[in-house]
Write a protein that binds this ligand. Structure first.
Ligand code: UD2
Length: 314
């Protein structure tokens, strides 16, 4: 039997969490498409017998059509993430995030897929005067990455209206949790903070550390992705996938030091180009239309995440 569900970027930090959730909630087998650019097969080690793995780049249209044939749902998470990376290396990030995403939608249509759920980004909002950020706000992308992710949303709604592919976009708000890879300077800040704490090296904070984010635990995002795949009357729409809170980097580095029982001052550097100052999701629409119900507080999420990195480093 071919899998009914395919996750692009399925070997990544968020994708592999989603694959595990899908398998724990009734799917027998899940397909993944991943070129292992940033994903790792070790993320799926515990469930590898139930995963059909396609080591394929999303820019390969013919392969995608073949892999998607017979599938009902595609979760499209494959991307080259990171705001600063999209500034220092704009060509690959444009190519994968825009052309690759277009390919995914086009292949989904050709293969007769029912719905594509797309990983969009809170970066699309840019700096807004009002907090929290609601879906009706005019997007103001400040970086190539933000613009690319916004384009993917627009393609989703156009594939829904013009090509008959159901499409739902979720704007992820700074997702963190176990398996987030801290090995690159472009890695998510909490993974870098955890690594700094465990290796007793000072983290670098870009700017004054008073910028804030709605850090969202990975399992809450995986659960919402599954809900978005089955919700009725939402095709062509975009929703915030956030927790609804807002914490500064200075506060979070303090919390991590407390959890680890250390005192280590951060080093401060210049603000990054393209960086959004503050970010917080209005979760009302996702709660109303998708049944969103985030379960993990920041305290609980940080504790679970740090526990995971400790075990990895042991
Ligand atoms: C953006 C999106 C997020 C997701 C992500 C994917 C926003 C608000 N969020 O995350 O939803 O799409 O892109 O890549 O646009 N920082 C440090 N020290 C470090 C690393 C980062 O201070 O060593 C700062 C960074 O300047 C920023 C904050 O930490 O102010 C968060 O950075 P990030 O790279 O973890 O995520 P961000 O907000 O660019």
């Amino acid at each position: 039997m071919r899998p009914k569900t395919i996750v692009t970027g399925g070997a990544g930090f968020i994708g592999s969490c989603l694959v595990r959730e899908l398998l724990a909630n009734g799917e027998d087998r899940v397909g993944i498409v991943d070129n292992l650019n940033s994903g790792r097969l070790s993320n799926l080690a515990a469930v590898k017998d139930q995963v059909e793995t396609h080591l394929v780049d999303i820019r390969n249209y013919e392969e995608l059509v073949r892999i998607f044939a017979g599938a009902e749902t595609i979760y499209h998470l494959a991307a080259i993430p990171s705001v600063p990376r999209s500034i220092s290396e704009p060509v690959p990030s444009h190519d994968v995030n825009i052309n690759g995403t277009f390919n995914v939608y086009r292949a989904a249509q050709a293969a007769g897929v029912r719905r594509v759920v797309y990983a969009a980004s809170s970066s699309a909002y840019g700096d807004t005067e009002v907090m929290p950020k609601t879906e009706s706000m005019v997007p103001r992308p400040k970086s190539p990455y933000a613009l690319q992710k916004l384009m993917g949303e627009y393609y989703g709604s156009v594939f829904a209206s013009c090509f008959g592919v159901e499409a739902v976009s979720l704007r992820f708000f700074n997702v963190y949790g176990p398996r987030q890879d801290p090995s690159s300077p472009y890695s998510g800040v909490l993974s870098l903070f955890m690594k700094s704490a465990l290796t007793r090296t000072a983290p670098t904070i870009f700017g004054d550390g008073e910028q804030s984010r709605d850090f969202t635990y990975v399992e809450d995002v995986a659960t919402l992705l599954r809900k978005a795949a089955v919700a009725k009357g939402v095709s062509g729409q975009m929703y915030n996938a956030g927790n609804g809170g807002r914490y500064t980097l200075n506060f979070l580095w303090d919390q991590i030091q407390k959890l680890e029982g250390i005192t280590l001052s951060a080093t401060y550097g210049p603000t990054r180009g393209g960086d959004v100052r503050d970010s917080q999701a209005d979760t009302a629409a996702a709660i109303r239309d998708l049944g969103h119900s985030p379960r993990f507080s920041i305290e609980e999420g940080l504790r679970l995440t740090l526990e995971w990195y400790r075990a990895e480093n042991a």
